[in-house]
Design a protein around this ligand. Sequence first.
Ligand code: BES
Ligand code: ZN
Length: 454
Amino acid sequence: MQDVIEQLSAGREEHVQKLIEWLRIPSVSTDSNLKSEVQKAGQWIQAELRDAGFEARLDETEGHPVCFAQWIGAEGAPTLLIYGHYDVQPPEPLELWRHGAFEPTLEGEDLIARGATDDKGQALALVRGVCGVLRTRGSLPINVKFVIEGEEEIGSPHLAGYLESHKEELAADVALVADCSQFGPGMPAITVGLKGLVYLELHVQGPNRDLHSGSFGGAVENPANALTRMLGSLRDEEGHITIPGFYDQVRELTEEERASIRELPFKEEEFRSDLEVPRVHGEAGFTTLERKWARPTLDINGLLSGWTGEGAKTVLPAHASAKVSMRLVPDQHPDEIAELVQNHLHSICPDTCTLTVHCHHGARPVLVEQNSPWLDATSRAVEKGFGKAPVMIREGGSIPVVSDLKETLGIDTILLGLGLPDDNAHSPNEKFHLPDYQRGIETMAWLLEEMKDC
Ligand code: BES
Ligand code: ZN
């Protein structure tokens, strides 16, 4: 492996330049004006894989395309399916960025840009690692397939269908995704649990037009008052969700799991002071990490009604709306929870106004089987690439493809995190720590070697 690692190390500058090129493409999947840019980002990674010797295509879907690539010359050896996403979250609010969101800029050892860590940086680390081996050796120790999609940040609406219709071609022994983070600087991690997601949009309609709040207030229901009353009732003082049946399927943490979470060197005071909140907050009876990783949550993600412009306007708004999401844990099912919550909302909506609920994307929660040779191989590779054995953690985020892979291809997924918890994913000044990018690239090369004998 000396030859490969030396090559990868000598390529450090090129790895960064390539990432900068990719990050310059504003592939925001939610923004219909940027459809061609999203496409360009897909073409970019296709060309990257093709140049290294992969057979690579860009497959159209009803949404953004999927880049599929494979090298399957290792007869009899295992097959690894690597997933990543080339779409990114919207960069807004733009004024909070220190540089343009799509003008990647170096600050010390950090590269700042939208998508730096989520997920272009992490996905490219895997691509560069595999391609480096192929370039140096002319072959790979195992078979490798790539699926790099452009719709993860909008819930991967067309991916399950894509996997289903390309089932034979995508057949693999195990999948690898790098779209999480390390536990902290110098503390690499493998993620063994992800939360699921249900995302609802609520509209409350009151009178047919905005009204004078003096002339009509008190005589006609204010939809903003009604909506906030409803939303306020969804959680109690102790942070429990009050929707009947919501916790029915929640798998409680075992004493063993709680003990292993307690052993991690989590610094609650640093967590608090970094966010500049007076006190941490969450469901009573659980620690911060347990709340973040293993307890379901309910949050208002957006709230809109009435006058929000400058100054005061005495108005009784005609309409109020909110976006509300719930993060789920095993064994909650997004469809069941969505139905339960919608029914509950309708039951508590006063008959003085009209509620409509729209259900956006969802994702299933994930628990990774820890007793697995693939996971052991990944641990050894991380130890070689990062110089330190990984800890096993869970995360509060969601990655829809993981359950789709299990369902359609019947394979488990290994979740690697190359980023850091303070990388500002989805926020202004998103970053990727470049030494971790390099370690990720080398880890990938080690992993191919380690998986050879699985
Ligand atoms: N990279 C994240 C998932 C993630 C976040 C993993 C935090 C670990 C920690 C991914 O790109 C993402 O943001 N997913 C969405 C999924 C949703 C749109 C279905 C999420 O979690 O909000
Ligand atoms: Zn994301």
